[in-house]
Design a protein around this ligand. Structure first.
Ligand code: FES
Length: 104
């Protein structure tokens, strides 16, 4: 599925400041709409593999509620107890829809 482009839904379905779980073509993602930008990451914390859609949004970061790790939405950089960075997928808005490219 490398290089797949996933239409995850209309822009209007992602409220500003929201974090939304999306499942498309076997990809489980969290789509974030923050400050007018869209971000997409896997719905799986790199610490103990818990779902990140349960997490909380901070400024430019997502915080896993299970043990408190944070992940930068642009770089994927993790804070303890997570060590491994989170994948950050490319997003684009095309014809009013949000498109995510995993593995990019
Ligand atoms: S599972 Fe996310 S911080 Fe532990």
């Amino acid at each position: 599925m490398s290089g797949a482009r996933l239409d995850v839904g209309p822009v209007d379905s992602f409220e500003e400041g929201s974090l939304t779980r999306v499942e498309v073509d076997g990809h489980e993602l969290v789509v974030v709409h923050q400050d007018g930008e869209f971000f997409a990451v896997p719905d799986r914390c790199t610490h103990a593999k818990k779902p990140l859609h349960d997490g909380e949004l901070e400024d430019g970061k997502i915080r896993c509620i299970y043990h408190g790790a944070t992940f930068d939405l642009r770089s994927g950089k993790a804070t303890l107890p997570a060590i491994k960075p989170l994948a950050c997928y490319a997003t684009a808005v095309e014809d009013g829809r949000v498109v995510v490219t995993p593995n990019a």
